[in-house]
Write a protein that binds this ligand. Structure first.
Ligand SMILES: Cc1cc2nc3c(=O)[nH]c(=O)nc-3n(C[C@H](O)[C@H](O)[C@H](O)COP(=O)(O)OP(=O)(O)OC[C@H]3O[C@@H](n4cnc5c(N)ncnc54)[C@H](O)[C@@H]3O)c2cc1C
Length: 159
């Protein structure tokens, strides 16, 4: 790392110096594992484990939506976890994969490989109109699921 980042300004020399004293160092690529099915037996995946949407800005929301649907379907299934897992994946998978799609472009955009691309990225992120556009696009993608109202459906009706 010292070799790769040698000669860079800003806070980089201080960070490289502190690396030598760091008791542990975690260094990894950003990667995603795509799994063919989200459940097996009594095990069911959600969040990044099922459908990591990392660095597309969608991961946390997708995980929360999945948690809401999984909890609702488990409550609805009256103990039949297999039926719940199947309905959960049926409802969420297409939506979560849609949220994933932008992530393939976000990595190279946020961490580009050339100075020109870095300047372009900084210029874009400093323009409120562009940022707002990105947020609006994210909002459109994240609103493409119709969520069941489990609380209304499952609460006991008044006698
Ligand atoms: C650099 C980066 C930037 C991101 N930016 C955004 C963003 O702007 N907006 C957004 O919505 N999302 C963003 N994400 C994605 C978001 O962080 C994840 O999608 C989200 O945290 C997934 O939640 P999760 O609960 O599924 O998994 P995690 O948050 O990863 O939680 C899993 C937990 O399980 C623990 N764990 C792992 N193995 C074990 C074990 N064997 N026993 C016990 N515990 C274990 C881990 O320590 C961890 O605490 C970003 C991700 C990265 C890497």
């Amino acid at each position: 790392m010292a070799r790769a980042f040698a000669g860079m300004g800003w806070e980089v020399p201080r960070l490289l110096d502190s690396l030598a004293q760091a008791p542990e160092l975690y260094f990894d690529s950003i990667s995603r594992a795509d799994v063919p099915e989200w459940s097996r037996g009594r095990i069911c995946l959600l969040g990044d484990a099922a459908c990591g949407a990392t660095i597309g800005g969608m991961g946390t929301g997708t995980g929360l939506v999945a948690a809401y649907v999984l909890a609702g379907e488990l409550a609805r299934a009256g103990g039949d976890h297999r039926a719940a897992f199947e309905r959960y994946e049926g409802l969420v998978r297409g939506y979560a994969e849609g949220c994933q799609r932008g992530g393939d472009r976000t990595g190279p955009f946020l961490a580009p490989g050339s100075r020109t691309a870095l300047r372009l990225r900084n210029g874009m992120l400093n323009r409120p109109a562009l940022l707002n556009w990105m947020l609006r696009e994210g909002m459109k993608v994240s609103s493409t699921i119709a969520l069941p109202d489990y609380a209304a459906e499952l609460s006991p009706s008044p006698a």
